[in-house]
Design a protein around this ligand. Structure first.
Ligand code: AHR
Length: 502
């Protein structure tokens, strides 16, 4: 059997993990809102029309922040359409997804839903068709206590206290030709800076995210970030990254190495932020908001056939396989490794649309394969990120050379006195006899070994068979010799090793 080794040092190198690393995203797109979180008349709907079966699954995930209302949708959105009495709300054409938007749900309802799932709003503003004026009005509506037109309007809508939304995205993917009113980096940077300036005059406590490139393959990636940061540096706290991964060529070895692509992307953006910092002789550090990431490829072709101008079509309903869950685990490992700079990350999205949670129209909700690694990271990935010094055999694949079979990161939670190691074995045919040097932890007691392994790579869950791909929870039996533990890490597996340090 091939061998690998891992060493973790307790002291000195920990990086605090911002809980918002386990954020997610709900867009007015497909059945995310209508038929997803909201479906009056459904057997599980509460008095507000929210599906409680979905609420239960979202609560389990402990998602601390949810980006809303888009996505591409936000670049044509009038926030005023989604507040106030429902009977007065207009139905409009949504040019982002060629659907009809009824506005039955807007920020008022979404904020109410967030209370039920115990999460916080990350609000995106429309810098496509609109700009600084609407942004300042929305902020006055949301965060000002009263005695002005928009704050009193909120009060008249039944919400006496301000929403106090802390995190705001200045538009969405403004470099993308598909975006409603896309812009050059200069046009966007100026608009974002002026909008940010007004917003912070209203509420200096807010944090702002400037749009980075739509993905790392955009021809302007790099230049876009430099120009935008040059124009917005003093006004924003974060720059966004978006990227979706897919096994388009059915080349699983390359696909499972995709989190190394994410790793490079993050490093490049960090370098650009720090170059800008140096250029300005500034003490201010810009951090990263990876506010759209996931696997998205299964429905790319079939969605092209969707009829235009219907309400809430089945769109972007990727059904995730076991290998997708492995990659999602790998992507989470990468995000945790970069916890020093990635402060916010949003799994895109949360319900029905490229999502861990799916709903049936007349029946219940169910968990996709990717629900599980995300749950594990959200539950056990809080605390400080500790690097794992790994030595692992490698493989070459079509897209990369010398890809390590093993990838890993660990998290120490001081409060709970728990150490968790997240481990991915990318090898499709080799179990790895792995030794863990954990000698810098004085006391260690195995809690459990959560593992997803042994499924066909293309196995999926469904409403009829919701447990086809799910983790096993095993006792953590490690063979120990002088503080060095060893464990066989199964081929093609996602592992969570949990220890108590009490
Ligand atoms: O999440 C789906 C879409 O992907 C979002 O609307 C957009 O921002 C991205 O291109």
């Amino acid at each position: 059997m091939k061998q690998a080794s891992a060493r973790i040092e307790r002291s000195g190198m920990g990086m605090p993990i911002d809980n918002r690393l386990y954020g997610s995203f709900i867009e007015h797109l497909g059945r995310a809102v209508y038929g997803g979180i909201y479906q009056p008349g459904h057997p599980s709907a509460d008095k507000n029309g929210f599906r409680t079966d979905v609420i239960d699954l979202v609560r389990q995930l402990r998602v601390p922040i949810i980006r809303y209302p888009g996505g591409n949708f936000v670049s044509g959105y009038n926030w005023e359409d989604g507040v106030g009495p429902k009977e007065n709300r207009p139905t409009r054409l949504d040019l982002a997804w060629f659907t009809k938007e009824t506005n039955e749900v807007g920020m008022q309802e979404f904020a109410q839903w967030l209370e039920e799932v115990d999460s916080e709003l990350m609000m995106a503003i429309n810098l496509g068709t609109r700009g600084a004026d609407e942004a300042r009005n929305l902020l006055e509506y949301s965060n000002h206590k009263g005695g002005t037109y928009y704050s009193d309007l909120r009060i008249s809508h039944g919400h006496k206290d301000p929403y106090n939304i802390k995190t705001w995205c200045l538009g969405n993917e403004m470099d993308g030709p598909w975006q409603i009113c896309s812009k050059t980096a200069h046009e966007y940077g100026r608009l974002a800076a002026e909008t940010a300036k007004l917003m912070k005059w209203i509420d200096p406590s807010i944090e702002l995210v400037a749009c980075g490139s739509s993905n790392s393959k955009m021809p302007t990636f790099g230049k876009w970030e430099s120009t935008v940061l040059d124009l917005t540096y003093d006004h924003v706290e974060y720059i966004s990254l978006h990227e979706y991964y897919g096994n388009f060529d059915n080349d699983t070895p390359s696909y499972l190495a995709s989190n190394l692509v994410m790793d490079n992307f993050i490093k490049s953006v960090v370098n650009i932020c720090d170059a800008e910092k140096a250029k300005r002789h500034s003490n201010k550090q810009i951090n990263l908001s990876f506010d759209e990431w996931n696997v998205w490829f299964h429905t790319k072709e079939s969605d092209k056939k969707i009829e235009h101008w219907i309400e809430a079509p089945h769109r972007l309903e990727d059904i995730y396989t076991f290998e997708d869950a492995l990659l999602v685990g790998g992507l989470l490992i990468t995000l945790i490794k970069h916890a020093d700079r990635v402060k916010i990350a949003c799994l895109a999205q949360l319900v029905n649309v490229i999502a861990p949670i799916m709903t049936e129209e007349k029946e219940g909700a169910w968990m996709q394969s990717i629900y599980h690694p995300f749950l594990h990271a959200s539950l056990y990935g809080r605390g400080e990120s500790l690097p794992v010094q790994l030595s692992s055999p490698t493989y070459d694949c079509k897209k990369m050379e010398q890809v390590p079979y093993l990838d890993a990161v660990s998290v120490f939670n001081e409060e709970q006195q728990e150490l968790t190691i997240f481990l991915l074995n990318r090898s499709l045919d080799e179990d790895l006899e792995t030794s863990f040097d954990l000698r810098s932890f004085e006391k260690l007691k195995g809690i459990e070994h959560i593992v997803m392994e042994g499924f066909p790579l293309k196995a999926v869950n469904s409403f009829a068979n919701p447990h086809a791909v799910e983790p096993k929870r095993l006792p953590l039996h490690l063979v120990q010799k002088g503080g060095i533990f060893s464990l066989v890490v199964k081929k093609a597996s996602w592992n969570v090793l949990r220890f108590s340090t009490l």
